[in-house]
Write a protein that binds this ligand. Sequence first.
Ligand code: 5GW
Ligand code: MN
Length: 366
Amino acid sequence: MQINAMNSKAVPAILLSLLLMAIVYYYLSQPSSVSSRVIVSPCPTSCPTSEPKDRVPADVIPTGYVFHLETPDQSLAVTAHLKYSQPSIVKGRTDVVAVTPWLAPIVWEGTFNPVLLDSIYKPKKISIAVTVFAVGKYIMFLKNFLETAEQHFFVGFNVHVYVFTDRPKEVPEVKMADGRQLTVRLVPSSKRWQEISARRMELIQKLIDEQLRKNSDYIFCLDVDSKFHDRWGTESLGGLVAVIHPGYYLDNRSKFPYERRSASKAYVADGEGDFYYCGGAFGGILEEVYLLASTCRFNFEEDAKNGIEAAWQEESHLNRYMWINKPSKVLSPEYLWQDFKARNPEVKTIRFSGVIKNYADIRPNV
Ligand code: 5GW
Ligand code: MN
């Protein structure tokens, strides 16, 4: 009796512990999401064996994980070492702030060396995925977007553009350089922008799950009604990357158009929030963008259940997300200007900008 009674309790407990052990084992045996091909490379595989022969072994003593960037062309030190101007910690741009209070870089022209950065990232053979939605009449913006991306967006790197559209036949033929490609993903047409918007995060999440983990290191999600005018490259790479909105960066945060109703999951209270970020461009490593997309989607759907639509839809959700989860790299408004806006003096170059559009022409009835 006694023994039987004990067994009837012990058996489920043992089964439960076995299940827990199996789960723990499964997670430990998975490659860590952070130790992706880019960010962390375990030394035993990447350092000693793959180094050029004439590299001094003591350049790296393999003891564990490596987070640092490596100076390019080390092996050719005598003949072709990359020469670049000496960095300074006292001279540089003084008209802008190039670091957030949580010590993330804010990328402005003149704060980075593009040649140095490209030669650091080149040997890593990174792949950058881009998502762009061209639903309904917005397909008209795609040609310019794609053509200018060829000229300015990660030139010389592997880039895979994923176009989400309901008009696959109208996707323009744009000649792409080696290592660059385009894939069309079909989405249902929708009359309501709110529906397209709501589904954007879901489709980004699905794309990462179904495709990108196999072939990409970074992802950028960009608005189609925009064009590149100047370099957007390796300086923009980071864990979680946000772009500062060109319309509000000189304003007091009380003027930011955050969602102000506390009933919304996008709520940002008075006196809170860092910057006002663009919904039209964000990115980072896959797992960070995956977290962002799934969180924003969840919050968006929770709001919908409660009959709430945030002031600026997913841009509002993105802003709440970025306040709580600080971006590890912030791109200045050079990275998403607006064509109707005059350039401010601190903006030395415009790299990407939203084109002027005739709303009545392109938007479905909302
Ligand atoms: C947007 C607003 C109202 C109704 C429809 C749309 C819409 C957006 C659309 O019909 N089709 C579409 O593909 N979009 C995608 O969402 C585009 O990639 C677009 O760049 C992005 C964000 O919408 P925008 O650019 O109109 O928003 P703003 O804030 O940049 O003007
Ligand atoms: Mn836009």
